[in-house]
Design a protein around this ligand. Sequence first.
Ligand code: ADP
Length: 447
Amino acid sequence: MFDKILIANRGEIALRVIRACREMGIKSVAVHSTADADAMHVRMADEAICIGPAPGTESYLNVAAIIAACEVTGAQAIHPGYGFLSENASFVQIIEDHGLTFIGPTAEHIRTMGDKITAKDTMIKLGVPCVPGSEGGVPDLAAAKKLGAEMGYPVIIKATAGGGGRGMKVAATAADMESAFMTARAEGKSNFGNDEVYIEKYLTTPRHIEIQVFGDGKGKAVHLGERDCSLQRRHQKVFEEAPGPSITPEERAKIGKVCADAVAKINYIGAGTIEFLYENGEFYFIEMNTRLQVEHPVTEAIFGVDLVREQILVAAGESMTFGQDDLEINGHSIEVRINAERLPNFAPCPGKITAYHAPGGLGVRMDSALYQGYSIPPYYDSLIGKLIVHGRDRAEALARLDRALGELIVDGIDTTTPLFHALLQEKDIHTGEYNIHWLEKWLDANM
Ligand code: ADP
């Protein structure tokens, strides 16, 4: 087992990894930008090293500085968290070239799944059902128009390198194709340095259902059920739950096995998420994320496992602590993302926290790097906390969420907390009847 792990990230996810390390008796090294000198992950880790100035590109994405920090501190492995370098195949290659261990999948798996066209191709070959669409990339507008006419509108044009909801445009009719195609391409080019795009049928009322998988890198893999992440704003998740309110045990077992078998076949190592759209009882693959997801705690809650601990174990060449038969769902869990944003426009709202009180009590977990007196810097993601609740059933989880939100105090800045108070007044949230468009419609009508 490793003696020391460096965490190439910040915020709540850095704390999450430090906590797992501490429980395993492993020393942790935090890295930080100059803007984060006072951040909680710096205070909580056993050691901390400054790796550059405030902008992420010069610090948390600064590969040379991160490798140097490993050498200076003697850390043997790097946990990337999510975002930043977590899905960067060349980073993984560089880590290995330095004799260090990346806590995550291989560079090859990251490369395959990071290119959405290649990912889809691979999944089709592995027997995973996909959204109908173009076979591979679509070279130009004429080809796009031809395909649109053949497939029937609406369609969605997606950048193969896209992520975080960027590089995706819907063409509702043939008249929209030109601007949608050009915009998706331009976004792919400017955000991800790759203008290749592909086309999919645009599903009009799907839910977003994702399957958590976990492999040991030696051909053994399991699934840990699904998460429903349909409540989205601008293709970004804000409320996630497990199990999915619309998924039956039979459906779970079936799609779960397809996913576990697929990743076992490619000797996948560590945590991964296979994302689907789900409509009329069918699953359609959209992408695979080769990292820990923001919403992993809802899965941890219902299965009672520590996914970060398992990631560290398999990265060190040890066995996973569970097999498929050990995994049984216990109750229901919901996560809401507390962002430093001002409603109704969700404008980023960094600033000084004048008071902070985290909710507690039975079935409540608050993953956050906030503390009273902390100043949220303006340079990074606006996620400042994840409130996760667990109950014996969905109704209990919802009641607990309401209670816990009432206890949360974050003064000095605006947060998205009022959004969740309002959502909990909605009947559809209680019946679980919502799809990926529900929240946008609700926001239009209510905010
Ligand atoms: P990203 O990598 O940017 O997160 P995804 O491919 O995972 O992009 O898609 C994100 C979200 O976009 C989905 O959860 C869904 O809301 C919407 N979406 C993606 N593909 C389709 C599609 N074919 N039809 C309808 N909605 C889609």
